[in-house]
Design a protein around this ligand. Structure first.
Ligand code: HEM
Length: 289
């Protein structure tokens, strides 16, 4: 065992010098190692409510927290997509499994907003102007990675060049689902060529032949690695569906059938989005196993 020297106690200061005061002056670099890593000072000074309503702060911070979770989840799915491309299933599975825990934390973040009354929401709603989550670039990237591609969803970002460029790139790239189907094809499953060579910028449309492939995978060895991949993707799909539905219910409680700040029909528009299944063939294949 290594002998560690006990920390040296500071020599007592002479009484005459008076009590020692902590040095509160800012260091020469004006930072700490924690700050250099976390940027907490930046992060905790990004809250600028637009109204005097005390309830706006939690709305703003919850939105920021969700943006951070979107960022992590996009990072995980990117990692998973790249790993699938090089047939590295263990790395892809680890990233997907991490993302399910992150999705659970994301969904838990609805708690403080889930029961906003219309009066509480109205107290700061006007200050949001036309601002809406509809304009969230990171959420859009998340949807694109699921195969929910749409060039028209880039329109709200035209005035923000960095967001626009990142979204345009994401629109062109194969989604996580496309990478899964390519891997299944390389493993000998009959994924149709039209599906493999589909237009990447278009929304993925479910295909009966892909459903048949998943039914075949699930009919195979119970603990096979492709079944485990299917289940990890099903967890992701379920948790995304839950986020959409928690959002829908919170919106229904906070504003009923009014129009959204982003100009949509509000709840009616969100209902349509929430009714879609993520990775649809993974759900429909179950009827045939
Ligand atoms: C209770 C508070 C909330 C209400 C009433 C609400 C309302 C709405 C409405 C009506 C829309 C449809 C577009 C529009 O016309 O604006 C929308 C979209 C959206 N909201 Fe919220 N929202 C709330 C909280 C949040 C939070 C905290 C986030 C977190 C980032 C968020 C993210 C989004 C996203 C990403 C969309 C686009 C959804 C899609 O493209 O399918 N919302 N919201």
């Amino acid at each position: 065992m290594s002998q560690q020297a006990a920390p040296q106690e500071e020599p007592a200061e002479p009484e005459a010098a008076g009590p020692r005061r902590p040095d509160l002056s800012i260091g020469s670099t004006g930072t700490t190692p924690y700050e250099d890593y976390v940027h907490a000072d930046v992060l905790t000074h990004l809250q600028h409510p637009l109204s005097d309503d005390p309830g706006e702060m939690v709305f703003l911070v919850t939105t920021q927290v969700m943006e951070l979770w979107f960022t992590v989840i996009v990072h995980e799915w990117h990692t998973a997509a790249q790993a699938l491309r090089r047939d590295d299933l263990p790395v892809a599975m680890e990233a997907l499994e991490r993302s399910t825990h992150e999705l659970e934390a994301l969904n838990a973040a609805w708690k403080p907003l889930a029961r906003l009354t219309p009066t509480q929401f109205n107290a700061f709603r006007g200050a949001l102007g036309e601002g809406s989550g509809f304009q969230s670039a990171m959420y859009r990237r998340l949807e694109f990675l699921l195969g929910e591609k749409s060039a028209s969803m880039l329109v709200p970002h035209r005035g923000a060049p960095r967001e626009y460029a990142e979204l345009e790139k994401a629109l062109q790239e194969p989604s996580l689902w496309d990478e899964v189907l390519r891997l299944l094809s390389r493993r000998g499953y009959a994924i149709p060529t039209e599906v493999l060579e589909r237009e990447m910028t278009a929304r993925y449309e479910p295909d009966a032949r892909v459903e048949a492939v998943w039914a075949e995978v699930y009919a195979g060895p119970r603990d096979g690695e492709l079944v485990r991949l299917g289940e990890a993707l099903t967890d992701v799909a379920e948790l995304v569906w839950r986020w959409r539905n928690d959002h829908l219910v919170a919106t229904r409680r906070a504003m009923g059938a009014k129009m959204g700040t982003g100009g949509s029909a509000g709840v009616a528009w969100l209902e349509k989005r929430a009714s879609k299944n993520v990775f649809p063939e993974l759900w429909t294949a179950r009827s045939h196993v």
